[in-house]
Design a protein around this ligand. Structure first.
Ligand code: SF4
Length: 216
């Protein structure tokens, strides 16, 4: 993958806890093993995403499928854009040392749109944080106006498409401030000191929960 300091996954971890961000970047192997429930949830998410993409963008270029390795994602995205490809899966961009991969980057009537697909029937604040970071990075590279849409599960084998462009635009100053804060934390030599608390399981159970709680 192109040079970058942290990914969207790390960013979301940082929003929850600065220690989690630091551990994820520098002590990745200390994470708890994934439970069968978590693995099943990931699979359900991938199946939902694949079904949505196949039924809505049958001619898209899938960067994940054409890349020989992850280092090629950003350059292949650039090439696809130069070839005027209209729909791209896993469109990958790096801006201000942050890497994002858009589930779908699509263009219609001359306007670009990013879509994030979540196998959830309920809109959550983390969904907005997630796509707001993608918006920040993608817009920083493309330098074009974008729309941002979330694709959720309607609970009836279909999709709910939510236009969250306004919410995402409102969050942009917050995203920029977070990136600065996270870079500062990641430049430090020591693991940040954070007391365990409710945030360890909200909005997600922290992937270093076992590591932080083992001495209790
Ligand atoms: S378990 Fe809690 S304190 Fe430890 S890294 Fe995770 S969120 Fe932070």
């Amino acid at each position: 993958m192109s040079n970058y300091l942290f990914s969207k996954t790390a960013y979301i971890k940082g929003v929850q806890c600065l220690k989690q961000l630091y551990l994820y970047k520098y002590h990745y192997k200390l994470q708890d093993p994934l439970s069968p429930e978590t693995l099943a949830k990931f699979k359900g998410g991938h199946d939902f995403e694949d079904a949505y993409r196949a039924s809505n963008f049958p001619f898209a270029v899938d960067i994940e499928k054409i890349a020989k390795n992850r280092n090629a994602y950003a350059s292949l995205t650039k090439k696809a854009l130069q070839k005027q490809v209209a729909d791209i899966f896993e469109a990958t961009f790096v801006h201000q040392d942050v890497l994002v991969m858009n589930d779908v980057l699509t263009r219609s009537s001359g306007k670009w749109e990013i879509q994030e697909i979540k196998n959830s029937s309920e809109l959550k604040p983390t969904h907005i944080q997630d796509i707001a970071l993608q918006y920040f990075v993608t817009k920083g590279v493309l330098r074009k106006e974008l729309d941002a849409k979330l694709i959720l599960n309607d609970g009836k084998n279909g999709y709910k498409i939510l236009d969250v462009t306004t919410e995402v635009k409102e969050l942009q100053p917050n995203i920029e401030a977070n990136i600065k804060r996270f870079k500062n934390i990641l430049s430090q030599n020591d693991i940040p000191k954070v007391t365990i608390g409710n945030h360890c399981e909200d909005p997600y159970k922290c992937s270093f929960f076992g590591y932080c709680h083992k001495s209790l």
